[in-house]
Ligand binder design. Structure first.
Ligand code: BGC
Length: 335
């Protein structure tokens, strides 16, 4: 073969490879921005997808479940191979999932389960463990007393799992009378303002009551409770839990107001999901870690990652060591 022919052949291979890369599209439907992590995960996801030679297409539902369903339909119509869904509301997906399958598109529930639908995979964390970790941390410090359980909306299946995990740990303490549940409630949203309002009315209706612990499901809800306690009580000594290791949550921990948070290594989740989606699109198999999770329709093969308890004693060894926040951010928070 002469040099020109070799160059031509090489160019053709490159062209074929590039056009093959261009044709592989993965869709990601992000339902809401109810905590900081939702603005970080799409970036981690896209970086990984691009590094694998595929293209990521995103749609953002901004908390509107009806709009999210329509956006998912338009992603399916745009020729994706795999659709990941981080749902604003986990219900009502059965029809869209069926449409996806008819179009040859595989569907992965991301972080929050899509309930009662024939989805292909579920990628998330051991979410009941999050609740267990919050409750274990709290009972170790307040084995007796008055507790409040404040959960997220029931449209998010995780809210149920967090509370289930919490109650599993608390049950023996409740039964022997050591722990008394003052209030147990799922809020309508994950907004800190809802938690603020709830706590404000509780304090107004129960003046003088002693609260020993608030199992707030995430850092947003913890933040709302802290605002209300500061406003209405001024001085208080309550164990407050959280989740996500958000900057706000970590700041509250450093300020001595929030006791702990549960760190979810979201970069891992996003990159693992991206790698698996591309593998699936190329005809490969997904490696299952975590068995299966029943979603009301079937046992969904699942990839579940572990979560980590963070408090003021181990911020460096956990979220900083993992590169989730930087030493500079920590210094900024402690100044
Ligand atoms: C996630 C939490 C998050 C919450 C609010 C849940 O589904 O598991 O990590 O804090 O949604 O965004």
């Amino acid at each position: 073969m002469n040099r020109n022919a070799v160059t031509l052949l090489f160019a053709m291979i490159v062209l074929a490879f590039t056009s093959c890369q261009d044709s592989l599209k993965i869709g990601f439907s992000v339902g809401d921005f109810s905590s900081d992590r939702m603005s970080q995960e799409p970036a981690f996801f896209e970086e990984e997808i691009v590094s694998l030679g595929a293209t990521a297409l995103f749609e953002y539902g901004y908390g509107d479940p009806v709009q999210q369903l329509e956006q998912a339909r338009s992603l399916i119509a745009s020729g994706i191979e795999v659709l990941l869904v981080f749902p604003a509301d986990g219900d009502n997906w059965a029809e869209v999932v069926e449409e996806a399958h008819e179009a040859g598109v595989k569907v992965i529930a991301y972080e929050r389960m899509l309930t009662n639908a024939d989805i292909d995979y579920y990628f998330s964390f051991y979410n009941e463990d999050v609740g267990r970790q919050q409750a274990q941390y709290t009972v170790a410090r307040r084995p007796q007393g008055n507790y409040i359980l404040l959960g997220g909306p029931v449209s998010d299946n995780n809210s149920l799992l967090f509370m289930k995990g919490q109650k599993e740990i608390l049950q023996p303490y409740i039964e022997n009378g050591d722990i008394n549940i003052l209030l147990e409630k799922h809020l309508d949203t994950w907004n800190s303002i809802d938690a603020y309002n709830e706590m404000q009315s509780f304090l107004e209706e129960n003046e003088g009551i002693t609260i020993d612990a608030i199992l707030a499901a995430n850092d947003e809800l913890a933040g709302g409770c802290i605002m209300a306690l500061d406003m209405l009580l001024g001085e208080w000594d309550i164990i407050i839990t959280g989740q996500d290791a958000s900057l706000g949550g970590l700041q509250n921990i450093l300020d001595g107001k929030q006791s702990m948070t549960v760190y979810k290594p979201i970069a891992n989740l996003a990159t693992t999901a991206a790698q698996s989606a591309v593998k699936l699109a190329r005809g490969g198999e997904i490696t299952i870690i975590g068995g299966s999770v029943n979603n009301g329709f079937k046992d969904v093969p699942s990839v579940l990652l572990e979560t980590v308890v963070v408090d003021e004693t181990n911020i460096r060894e956990t979220v900083i060591a993992d590169g989730f926040i930087s030493e500079d951010q920590l210094t900024f928070m402690t100044e």
